[in-house]
Design a protein around this ligand. Structure first.
Ligand SMILES: [Zn+2]
Length: 273
């Protein structure tokens, strides 16, 4: 082999190995946008969300969400980033995660829940998207080769590629992921919530609620109705996965009493105009 070819191949291998990241369950996958850029994109998106949405002015609720979030983070497969959790005051029935570990819950969704395990189910699902870097993968595909290249190899003078990534990322935040990504987030979500000490039936309760809401509501978490797998299929998969948890940890909790106290503190739903 000629020397130049060897150098080229070596460089290519270096790039490849540099981009293999670890997802849920230690599974390796290929993402070219580096973590440093993922964090910058996440920060940019969080700054935008901070100006367009209103954080709930109840520190007890904000700390409650952080507490449940940290329980799940502690058992998840991604510890290289800092996670952030925010309750947004809005009647939208929604929750989403931005790249880099920014997780948002809307009061409209929290109001629909009965217990902490249901909140943990959504939390674990969103954290699984962050662990698997689904948001970054989706963004990478949407940005196209040129912008992705600038983000990866520098040359992003004036931060234009980063600005574009934040803008595109915000547009995608509510667009839903592929069905495979959703299945993966559901699967690992159940494992994480159980490891964090929650009764996985919280996930079933949540899916059933979303199914009931789906027919009449246009704003469902990550637009579940349009791109998520059919709810009946999700429930079936969840039941199967729950039945296979062996040994089943003792003392799994639904956390209903505390949640019921907290839910009473949420602001009332705005009357329909
Ligand atoms: Zn999802």
């Amino acid at each position: 082999m000629k020397k130049s070819v060897v150098v080229l191949v070596a460089a290519f291998v270096m790039v490849l190995t540099g981009c293999v990241t670890t997802g849920p369950g230690g599974k390796k996958s290929f993402v070219i946008i580096p973590v440093s850029q993922e964090l910058a994109i996440g920060q940019g998106m969080a700054a935008q969300v901070g100006t367009s949405e209103k954080a709930l002015a109840d520190t007890a609720w904000q700390s409650y969400l952080v507490e449940v979030g940290r329980k799940v983070v502690r058992v998840c497969d991604r510890q290289d980033i800092e996670y952030h959790f925010t309750v947004i005051e809005s009647d939208q029935v929604n929750a989403f995660a931005a790249p880099g570990g920014y997780v948002y819950f809307y009061t409209g969704l929290l109001r629909e829940m009965d217990n902490e395990a249901e909140m943990a189910a959504v939390m674990a699902h969103e954290i699984s998207h962050v662990v698997a870097r689904h948001g970054v993968k989706r963004l990478q595909a949407a940005l196209g080769a040129t912008l992705a290249y600038e983000l990866v190899f520098g040359g992003d003078k004036g931060g234009e590629a980063l600005k574009a990534a934040v803008y595109v990322g915000l547009g995608l935040a509510f667009a839903g992921y592929s069905r495979d990504a959703e299945r993966e987030a559901d699967d690992f979500g159940i494992q994480y919530m159980v490891k964090a000490g929650y009764d996985p039936n919280g996930a079933i309760g949540m899916f059933e609620k979303l199914a009931a809401l789906g027919s009449g509501s246009s704003s469902i978490f990550e637009q579940l109705s349009s791109s998520h797998p059919e709810t009946s299929e999700r429930i079936e998969n969840a039941r199967k996965e729950i039945s296979e948890i062996n040994p089943r940890p003792k003392n799994l909790t639904l956390g209903r009493d505390r949640y019921q106290k907290m839910v009473k503190r949420l602001p009332a739903k705005a009357p329909k105009k």
